[in-house]
Design a protein around this ligand. Structure first.
Ligand code: BG6
Length: 595
């Protein structure tokens, strides 16, 4: 995902931009660039690959100035290359852009007819040329930007500088997040609060369609028609010193190992851990009569939602449907007004999830954002918010954000079970106690790290890896496969254990590693019969279970990993740890870029 940072009014702009881009690295990128303004002249440097490459380039060929914009690009239109890297420029304008311009092809053709020459294959370059076109018609930078953006369809967060105007920067937002950071004699823009946290705690989040003029002293916000609007400044709770690696080799490793502490902290918001009693938040009372839930999410958050569905249906007796957010838009939900839409997201900015939330809001459905980032768009636009309290997640592969999402969904299930009286007090207490025990159990599993490292040594050369599970372990299998693909680039699939015989088994040949997620619950015997099928094909089985489960499987060819026994409500939380560590060690052994 792309990232934006901008600085105005500082004499070390170029190094502040690089530091900001480093903080945005966690979003993933394939190229980076900056542009600064010195004595009215725009200068830019761009490079393919890591920010280190850009730093080397700047060492050889420094640029100065006290206004500047920077960008990390994740290629969408056009291959990753120096020419496609941002900032893009045209005439007196340089632009950085997050989002996608949907009508860029049509705009490009029109601009080419007007003799504008395109140097890149990006959608962004049309914005630079379009603003430049209106500047040439003698419109002011603000008017030129407003007029240009009226022609643009799609999503954007933009940072724009203009040659000839030293103390001036414009930013704009539609569909992609952007905040202005207010400093002392120095202001900033950033695509998220992590980018801005060490620079300032005072943030102004722009609304949809906002365009802002920024100087080192001040900023003014306008709506898309150019009318001045008031936007408030909030103080971010993000501490500047929290985003450090703290002795670990990678952020992903750090974030895996901090799970006992983070989950312990998160639980304190939902359960009185001493009295082991639920702490029912006020929002829960507003949704207590809900009979139907729709959850929309992407990636890892989607996997957590699938586990939430099992729990909400099993323990709270509420019909729950889960959709991948990008697919939700194509459904025709009959009864939105009387249902609750839950929007699960670590960042709170994922465009597809946000789009479904907006659709729910338009249809007057009740909405609940379950998010990690309290200042995000999903948090701001949901009627109700439940924070997952994982703290900033920097590693690109979600780990602690996933397990804290499960904690939040577990707590929500208990709140709803309590309202619906689907469980007695004793039973609810038993489940809350189980959740409270999760951090201690995770600590025990983390101590088994050398075992997961050994598994990684055995699978690092595999071409394909399968993960299987049943019930709530099936989404853990999906999550294990996603983690492995995402960071070690090994092809991996997660499957419901019972489905493996309906086709995918054809791919299982001698030596294919199959990781089986199988705590000793009521489904384990069925999973063991699937393991037999896989063994007959020569699969290399890695069976993750507990003492009781491992006793049931008596085959020397199987590698077993014995986790502590636990209540079934926390088993998806506990069984996530081995799959995270296996993916992490495999990536490190393969030498891929973990974070
Ligand atoms: C994807 C990431 O882009 O977004 C996944 O690669 C992530 O790791 C997904 O799970 C959803 O993100 P979020 O912030 O909405 O939970």
């Amino acid at each position: 995902m792309c990232g934006i940072i901008g600085v105005i009014g500082h004499n070390k702009v170029s190094s502040l931009l690089i530091e900001g881009l480093k903080r945005l690295e966690y979003r993933g990128y394939d190229s980076a660039g900056i542009a600064t303004l010195l004595n009215g002249k725009i200068d830019r440097r761009r490079s393919l690959g890591k920010i280190e490459n850009l730093k080397r380039l700047l060492k050889k060929s420094p640029i100065k100035g006290n206004v500047g914009i920077g960008h990390t690009r994740w290629a969408t239109h056009g291959i990753p290359s120096k020419t496609n890297a941002h900032p893009h420029s045209s005439g007196d304008v340089a632009v950085v852009h997050n989002g996608i311009i949907e009508n860029y092809d049509e705009l490009r053709k029109k601009l080419e007819k007007k003799k504008f020459i395109f140097e890149s294959d990006t959608d962004t370059e049309v914005i630079a040329h379009l603003i430049s076109y209106y500047l040439k018609k003698n419109l002011s930078p603000l008017k030129a930007t407003i007029t240009a953006l009226k022609k643009v369809e799609g999503a954007f967060a933009l940072g724009i500088i203009f040659s000839g105007i030293n103390n001036y920067l414009i930013c704009a937002k539609r569909g992609s997040p952007l905040a202005i950071g207010k400093g002392k004699n120095c202001n900033y823009i950033g695509s998220d609060s992590i980018a801005l946290a060490p620079l300032t705690q005072k943030l102004c989040y722009l609304n949809e369609g906002d365009i802002a003029e920024i100087t080192s002293k001040d900023f003014r916000v306008y709506n898309q028609n150019g009318k001045r609007v008031k936007r408030s400044i909030t103080t971010t709770s993000l501490a500047k010193n929290k985003i450090k690696m703290g002795g670990y080799n990678h952020f992903m490793e750090k974030e895996i190992f901090e799970q006992p502490a983070v989950i312990g902290d998160a639980l304190k918001y939902f359960i009185d851990t001493k009295k082991k009693k639920l702490l029912i938040p006020s929002f829960a009372k507003k949704i207590k009569k809900i009979k139907e839930i729709y959850i929309a999410a992407c990636g890892t958050s989607y996997h957590a939602s699938l586990i939430g569905k099992y729990w909400l249906e099993k323990y709270a007796n509420i019909k729950t449907e889960v959709d991948i957010a990008s697919e939700f838009r194509y459904r025709n939900i009959i009864n939105i007004k009387n249902s609750l839409g839950i929007f699960l997201s670590q960042s709170g900015e994922t465009a597809d999830t946000l789009a479904v939330l907006r659709y729910f809001n338009q249809q007057k459905g009740k909405t609940l954002g379950i998010i990690n980032s309290a200042e995000s768009s999903i948090a701001r636009e949901s009627n109700n918010v439940m924070e997952t309290h994982a703290g900033p997640e920097i590693g690109v592969a979600s780990t602690k954000a996933f397990t804290t999402q499960l904690v939040a969904l577990g707590a929500l299930t208990l709140f709803m079970a309590n309202f619906n009286k689907t469980m007695g007090r004793n039973e609810i207490n038993k489940l809350s106690n189980a959740l409270v025990e999760a951090p201690g159990q995770i600590s025990k599993i983390l101590k088994m790290d050398n075992i997961f490292h050994k598994i990684a040594t055995n699978i690092k050369n595999a071409k394909n890896v399968l993960y299987i599970g049943r019930g709530t372990n099936y989404p853990v299998a999906l999550e294990g496969a996603l983690k492995l693909k995402e960071i070690s680039y090994i092809h991996a699939e997660g499957y419901p254990a019972g489905e493996i015989k309906h086709g995918p088994i054809a791919l299982v040949e001698k030596g294919v590693p199959v990781i089986v997620i199988a705590p000793s619950d009521q489904l384990i015997d069925k999973t063991i019969s699937n393991v037999e099928e896989l063994l007959s094909r020569g699969a290399k089985i890695i069976f993750i279970s507990d003492k009781k489960g491992i006793k049931k499987i008596n085959n020397k060819k199987i590698t077993t990993i014995c986790l502590p026994e636990s209540h079934e409500i926390i088993s998806p939380i506990l069984y996530s740890i081995p799959v995270q560590l296996i993916a992490y060690h495999t990536a490190v052994l393969k030498g891929t870029d973990v974070d």
